[in-house]
Design a protein around this ligand. Sequence first.
Ligand code: PLP
Length: 410
Amino acid sequence: PEMENGVRMFTKSHKLDNVLYDVRGPVLDEANRMEDQGVHVLKLNIGNPAPFGFRTPDEVVKDMQDQLRDCEGYSDSRGLFSARKAIMQYDQLKGIPNVDVEDIYTGNGASELINLAMSAFLDDGDEILIPSPDYPLWTASATLAGGRVIHYVCDEQANWYPDIDDIRSKITPRTKGIVIINPNNPTGALYPKEVLEEIVQVAREHQLVIFSDEIYDRLVMDGKEHVSIASLAPDLFCITFNGLSKSHMIAGYRIGWMSLSGNKRIARDLIDGINMLSNMRLCSNVPAQSVVQTCLGGIQRAKNYLVPGGRIYDQREYVYDRLSQMEGVTVNKPDAAFYMFPRLDPQKFNIRDDDQFALDLLKEKHVLIVGGKGFNWMTPGYFRVVYLPRMHTLEDAMDNLEDFLRYYRQ
Ligand code: PLP
């Protein structure tokens, strides 16, 4: 054991050596310290709708209250029958093929299942293709599971769609699977069917499993439609991840799910492993499962936020206009979710360290964002903005950011 002056020191497991999860990292710690000292921090850093006044419909809370007494025990490890039936119908409406009630697993958020799926799937050294930028839980979970994460790039010049040539160039005999995040966090991109078809084609040629994170699929704007990649791949084995954290603004209840679809025969043994890990965690939070049916079949209030006059839509327009007008800033207009991923002109700002940029902005202007590096995006000078806070907060944050960028150089 490691010793310090004769005392045994406890170090973290080496499994964590290459694991990175900075969305809640050191810059947030500093923001919390500042808040403790009474500083008002403008928080554009986390995709958690409820604190910004986005409320779940009353019928959902009422439903949970009514059912609490029946939720005292463990459920089936995959989840309540009613919840899984409702999810099954949702998947059918999205054209996801060959999903039965036993192919659906509820989790304490999609997060738990992302972790579980990576653990079940990856052997030490197996390669998995994950987008860059990504929602960093994917890279962290795959790495923790012993996998070798190979990042493929999403192309800023092409609306942040996955670069198919880059995907192809990164496939090796050890590649087992590909992850897509659609709609995307942190870019807000929504992938058109043609792009998805190309990804399916690559997965088909190389016999890969497709993992699709679709937690923002009900937060799409401008009349666009979300296509589930699994609906285009009946001959492949796909796992689709979704949940209610974002669509019903109940991130704190912790309820998500994954659906196995398509060619399940080729994944018999993998499914065995998934079942074992699912059994080992007994079941997900049962009160939260009990509202799935009411959420999916009831009022879809998020829709009202996503059209002109709705908060998410209007706030997107505002933040997009403000960022686009700032000198040296370029940004793609997102189609979905509630994020933007702007770029600072390297000629002008010379950003070398995203964390330093985030920290300087926080300390000087009290605006909290997450640097691009936190999303496994290795070119410095990018950052993610969450445009969920109320308009007056966004106004102050944009004013402060604009001021800051007038003089900031690294
Ligand atoms: N996937 C993506 C792309 C996310 O952005 C998030 C949360 O921010 C999650 C998964 C986790 O969601 P859940 O609350 O269901 O664990």
